[in-house]
Ligand binder design. Structure first.
Ligand code: UFG
Length: 332
């Protein structure tokens, strides 16, 4: 039968949505997750939604022997590597953690995969590799100059894949996500971080009265309303990008780096207004100081990914509405 896809971090926010799409597409999938931020019930929820059993292994990508066993037992031919730490501010406080968890373990993972004969790897990367961009929208050729250890850790992994390809029969894609947001419309999967730092979950928690207010981090940026602009990409569109990337590799596409964004930017105040409209509630807002390290505008030039047949299907309304179904609902 078809080679299985090993999804590391498949119990996490983005990973679980991709697992659902892979299963729906009929791909054999095996999930591993060390449960540092993922939740195994999330994989159970995907099983319930798809009516399919999903092999799940609690384990760490840094465990080379464990990884090799999984590759052999499940006949893994391709890997999607989501497992990583991804909180920018935490990475600034604890660079050592980001280099050991993301980089050291990531390299051990890739080594085990290549030695075991895995020939296709899709890496979760980030727009944080661009640091403070010189121009927007940002094309993939833009210089890579991360301004925090999280972004630096992903640059390093992209470079490691580039070098591994020179000696192993392997090809890879790195997907540089812009602002991943939204949820499966079922309301059964969604974004759950502790503590939460992301704008949309924070705004919806405020709409629910679970937090007192949203603080807008900076109102004096050089943008139309003075607040930061981001390219919010629906997690379902992100999931599709992973399937397209894998299909491209399987069709013989050379290794590549793709931005994953819509090319459209929304300000913090626009997001808050959209949430008020979707929820039919008022979101208490406080105008605050800038958050250190926030670039004023991050918007993708997403042309390269469109060339392989992907295009985003959802906008800010669907993003906020689907996130609202999760935050307000039965999912938790
Ligand atoms: N914001 C607020 N108030 C909040 C939270 C966020 O005003 O309480 C603002 C931020 O200042 C920023 C925007 O909302 O302007 C989005 O902030 P997020 O924290 O949701 O997302 P970031 O753009 O900071 O970070 C995201 C990912 C990172 C990734 C980065 C790079 O979470 O992992 O994009 O593109 F590195």
């Amino acid at each position: 039968g078809m080679d299985a896809v090993l999804v590391s971090g498949g119990a996490g926010y983005i990973g679980s949505h991709v697992v659902k799409r892979l299963v729906e597409a009929g791909r054999p999938v095996v999930v591993m997750d060390n449960e540092s931020t993922g939740h195994r019930e999330t994989v159970r929820a995907v099983e319930a939604l798809t009516g399919r059993e999903i092999p799940y292994i609690p384990g760490d990508v840094g465990d080379g022997d464990g990884v090799r066993r999984i590759v052999e037992e499940y006949r893994v031919g391709a890997v999607m590597h989501f497992a990583a730490k991804s909180v920018v501010a935490e990475s600034v406080r604890h660079p050592e953690v980001y280099f050991s968890e993301n980089v050291a373990k990531g390299i051990a993972f890739f080594q085990a995969l290549c030695e075991a004969g895995v020939s296709r790897i899709v890496l979760s990367s980030t727009a944080a590799v661009y640091g403070n961009p010189e121009r927007v929208p940002i094309p993939e050729e833009h210089p890579v100059r991360p301004i925090n250890p999280y972004g630096a850790s992903k640059v390093m992994l992209e470079q490691v894949l580039g070098w591994l390809e020179t000696t192993f029969p392997m090809r890879w894609v790195a997907l540089r996500y812009f602002n991943a947001a939204g949820a499966d419309p079922s309301g059964r999967l969604g974004e759950r971080h502790d503590p939460e730092t992301h704008l949309i979950p924070i705004v919806l928690e405020a709409a629910l009265g679970r937090r007192e207010r949203v603080t807008v981090f900076g109102t004096d940026y050089d943008t139309p309303d003075g607040t930061c602009i981001r390219d919010y990409i629906h997690v379902l569109d992100l999931a599709d990008a992973h399937l397209e990337a894998l299909a491209a590799l399987e069709d013989g596409h050379p290794s590549a780096i793709f931005n994953v964004g819509t090319g459209l930017g929304h300000s913090v105040l626009e997001v808050i207004r959209m949430a008020e409209e979707v929820c039919g509630r008022t979101v208490p807002v406080e105008l605050g100081a800038r958050r250190p390290g926030d670039p004023p505008v991050l918007v993708a030039d997403g042309g390269r990914l469109r060339e392989i047949g992907w295009q985003p299907r959802y906008g800010l309304w669907e993003i906020v509405a689907s996130a609202w179904a999760w935050h307000s609902g039965e999912g938790r």
